[in-house]
Design a protein around this ligand. Structure first.
Ligand code: SF4
Length: 388
């Protein structure tokens, strides 16, 4: 069935997103592709013909929520598992959830409209006994066609997120991202600028540049710093920022740009993950505590009053009380404006999955609570100070 027939126009699609800002942006890309193909995006799962779950595989807890959500949907609908969990489970997802109709990995999202058309046509056939008879999966894609980024669909037309790079080649020992999103690939600068310019022409004035490792960006001779300068010069842009930077790829020149470029926000998200050198080494983060603290001190010196936030994992395998205390001390001494604190979650495929998860659930919860309370106190104090 061609996607833009009257029949297809009546197909309503509900999409729910789990996970990070990359996933939020991917959901916009999927909505854009579906709208372009003539489908209706709806915000009520009960009224939808098709339900898509765009998923995250970074933590077990998020996965559990997805499986139970799939089970709760009414039968008779076309249900699709998309994103990192889809890539992780591939066609094995059908045995986890019988009512799934399609599974599509992050590198294959441009195929979703065609898949839904095929499944809709199949469910209309008089001979089709059940939707469960037909299953489609696409998880072999390596790279997205550039045009998926140019449908012009954004949830918020004033502040838009623009992907500058996909995937990651760092292989931190706990992280599933390189396995489900593939190696680091960079979009061409001209394509990034084309997307941004088009959003600005339609009324956007604020941009967030996205990538798993944004500051490793490279397009030929053009590196991340040069890209920032070009974006800063765009007419119609009021402000912009970027997510997420890796400490090992963070150059001192970046701090100067954060300070000097007029439109670039005076803020940096720099995940530290642990304050213990032993744990950082086991995590394969590529830096130690001193290196990280030196970066912070240079940032503070150059970007006066700049905001600083981080990510922390507690309870990594073998993390001792001493290791944890080092993280606690780092948080206390650094004074982050915000910190996102996570309990270690073993992920199959990753290197740390082979390690014994030595820290008990209870201990992880306690460590999580301790850092959270410490950070809440620090954030509160800094907010009050800023208001004065
Ligand atoms: S830098 Fe490490 S934690 Fe971040 S996405 Fe890459 S592998 Fe995962």
């Amino acid at each position: 069935m061609p996607a833009n027939t009257d029949k297809t126009k009546k197909v309503k699609v509900f999409l729910r997103t789990f996970g990070c800002q990359m996933n939020m942006r991917d959901s916009e890309l999927i909505c854009g592709l579906l709208q372009k193909a003539g489908f209706l995006i709806c915000d009520d799962a009960d009224k939808a013909d098709v339900i898509i779950l765009n998923t995250c595989a970074v933590r077990q807890h998020a996965e559990d929520r997805v499986w139970s959500q799939i089970g709760a949907y009414k039968s008779g609908k076309i249900i699709g598992l998309v994103g990192c969990m889809a890539q992780h489970y591939k066609d094995g997802a059908f045995s986890r959830a019988e009512n799934l109709s399609f599974v599509v990995g992050p590198q294959d999202i441009e195929k979703i409209p065609k898949i839904i058309s095929q499944l809709s046509a199949f469910s209309c056939q008089p001979s089709a006994k059940s939707l469960f008879e037909k299953k489609i999966w696409e998880t072999d894609g390596l790279i997205r066609p550039e045009e998926v980024y140019h449908t012009g669909f954004y949830e918020d037309n004033k502040h838009v997120s623009v992907v500058i790079s996909e995937g990651c080649s760092n292989f931190c020992s706990y992280c599933i991202v390189p396995y489900v999103r593939g190696p680091l690939r960079h979009r061409r600068k001209k394509d990034i600028i084309r997307e941004i310019q088009s959003a600005l022409d339609k009324g956007a004035d604020s941009i967030t540049l996205l990538g798993q490792n944004v500051n490793a960006y490279q397009d030929g001779e053009l590196n991340f710093l040069k890209l920032l300068k070009e974006i800063d010069s765009l007419k119609g842009l009021r402000e912009f920022d970027f997510l997420t930077s890796h400490p090992k790829d963070t150059k001192n020149e970046l701090f100067k740009l954060i300070n000097d470029l007029v439109k670039l926000k005076k803020a940096l998200h720099l995940p530290v993950q642990s304050g213990s050198d032993r744990i950082l080494k086991l995590m394969h983060r590529g830096y130690n505590r001193k290196f990280y603290l030196d970066l912070v001190s240079k940032y503070r010196k150059v970007v006066k009053g700049g905001l600083l936030s981080t990510d922390i994992i507690v309870g990594f395998p073998t993390e001792s009380v001493e290791d944890f205390k080092e993280t606690l001390a780092l948080v206390k001494d650094t004074g982050f404006n915000a910190a996102f604190i996570f309990k270690y979650s073993p992920r199959s495929l990753t290197e740390s999955f082979k390690m014994i998860d030595t820290v008990s659930k209870q201990e992880k919860e306690q460590r999580h609570k301790m850092i959270l309370e410490l950070q809440q106190g620090i954030s509160g104090k800094l907010r009050k100070k800023d208001k004065r």
